[in-house]
Design a binder for this molecule. Sequence first.
Ligand code: SF4
Length: 358
Amino acid sequence: MSGGQFSGSSIPAMSDPQLLRVLTSTGEMQQELFEQARAIRHRYSGDEVKFRGVIEISNICQKNCDYCAMRRSNGALNRFRLDAETILAVARSILEVGITTIFLQGGQDPHCDPILDEVIPAIAHDLGAEILLNVGERSSETYKRFAQLGARSFIMKYETSDTILHNRITHGPLDRRIQCMKWIRDAGMKIGTGNIIGLPDQSIESLLSDIRLALAFKPNFVSAAPFIPNPGTPFQEQPLGDLDLTLNTMAILRIGLKNVLIPSVSALEYVRPGGQLMGLNAGANVMTINFTPQSYRERYRIYAQDRFIVTLNHAVETVKSAGLTVDPGVQLGIAASDTTSLKDNSMAQEEEQYGQGT
Ligand code: SF4
């Protein structure tokens, strides 16, 4: 197949059999797909990879997703919720290394909202950073308030577009998720979304629908992550999601959505060492570096007990290996910083990078 068949306009217009052939491509055809994805990224977004610094603010969750150890039924998990002072201290340490997007992520824990009401303006206005949130379903009024306080963007993943599967594994309706995505956009925030690949009972046809949903919604960010069987969940004995299907989905989304931000998620590295480099080679252009204080990090079991912790050093090396560039501000920040936070981040890499059972 020639690279032209992967052009941006043709992906949404492809029939299901055509798109299925691309999604399941291997060998030479898959390499052509990745090549086209990189060319589209270069043309529409350049070669710079955006860094985000994530702070995991709470592992408490109202929901009970079957794939996540932070589900409310998991009584074995030691729960935490960070206070505003801790969040602000970590946010400052992220800014010190030149990362200007502070990503506040947590379970669906509305008791975080008074803390968010305090830290969003402090980070956005006092510290001058961009705020990205991923804290779950809320009312339209709450999304508007977060936006008015200074939050610029919000991630709300649909996980799977299969309404029956979605309902079964998240114990909530897909409609509600889609409604939240619309409320977030209506509130004036950029919207990120995404799916999980390899969920139990997920058909290949439903993965096509996932792609079509993302193409139709036109999010500002979109992710694809492989399913990982998470200890302490009903899915702990299920097989890993397929890495190639995940990478192919990322490449298709890059070609179809052109200048969207696509993260190379840490789960890729968990599934295979070098997986995040493969993600960048498939068209991704975002790396999320973990700044959650060490004592809380291990309790944030979003996809695994021994999840891969992305450090600044790992992210920089991965970007360089892909032949891409790091934000000059981050390079200056790294050069100028001898902060404890950076040392802590580096130590974490040494301790954890190769201890993932990969
Ligand atoms: S995936 Fe998110 S919403 Fe679902 S249980 Fe885990 S933290 Fe809660």
